[in-house]
Design a protein around this ligand. Structure first.
Ligand code: G3P
Ligand code: MG
Length: 245
């Protein structure tokens, strides 16, 4: 039986400030199978790793990422909101995260989520692909988005890329799993799992998010779902040992 893969959501979001090098270091330390992160584009066109469209929630600053240069973003404290002991944490560039993974001999799956459903960042798809390309020999990359146009663009630019659609509502995705839309993975929210067609029969991997509660982890492990994306990778790995051996 294949193990359910454990993907560290925004690094190890439950235990470190999300989407910072500190969070990714933690995910590497606990040896999660994969790492998920979110990307946006700065005013000067740098691919930066942060979840929201603004810096308000997770840094000491205020404003839209698209209106700030990388230098301005780098001045912000991206850790104190979580715990003052992480006051040195900064918003990383995607390049910095890729370097960190390579330097640590990461061989798992990197899930890059392109946050293009609010702002259409110019050429973000091209930039992300170009940044990831040199690392593909070392670890695999899955490109995911809630915005299907972004996935189509990635596929058009580099046909061998693995793309996955994120969704949180029933709707057009509540279709024939693995058919109809040319994606290589479905990334549904855990709460809609039950309303999908028999997911055990999915022809493509299901990577469910954000699986944090014990009972939710148990469901994913017992149903042998391909991957769970979790804020607590260490906890999930321990539970996997108990349930899947
Ligand atoms: O990729 C899974 C998950 O990250 C999607 O939602 O809002 O946490 O980026 P969000
Ligand atoms: Mg995400």
């Amino acid at each position: 039986m294949a193990y359910t893969k454990i993907i560290a959501h925004r690094g190890s979001r439950g235990t470190r400030p999300e989407n910072t090098l500190e969070a990714f270091q933690e995910a590497l330390k606990v040896a999660s199978d994969g790492i998920e992160l979110d990307v946006h584009l700065s005013k000067d066109g740098e691919v930066v790793v942060i979840h929201d469209e603004t810096v308000d929630r997770t840094t000491s600053g205020k404003g839209y990422i698209k209106d700030m240069t990388l230098q301005q973003l780098k001045e912000l404290d991206a850790g104190s909101w979580f715990d003052p002991k992480y006051s040195d944490a900064r918003i990383p560039t995607l390049q910095e995260v890729l370097n960190l993974l390579a330097d640590n001999h990461f061989t798992g799956v990197l899930n890059i989520e392109l946050k293009t459903d609010v702002f259409q960042y110019p050429a973000i798809e091209e930039k992300v692909l170009a940044l990831a390309e040199p690392y593909l020999a070392q670890f695999s990359v899955i490109y995911s988005s809630f915005h299907y146009e972004t996935l189509k663009r990635i596929k058009a630019l580099r046909g061998e890329s693995e793309i996955a659609l994120l969704f949180s509502k029933k709707g057009k995705q509540q279709m024939n799993l693995g058919e109809g839309i040319a994606v290589e993975g479905w990334h549904p929210k855990f709460s809609i799992l039950r309303s999908l067609p028999p997911f055990e029969q999915s022809k493509i991997p299901l990577r469910v998010w954000t699986v944090n509660r014990k009972v939710e982890m148990q469901v994913c492990l017992r149903k042998n779902i391909d991957s769970m994306i979790t804020d607590y990778p260490e906890r999930a790995l321990q539970m996997r040992k108990v349930i899947q051996g």
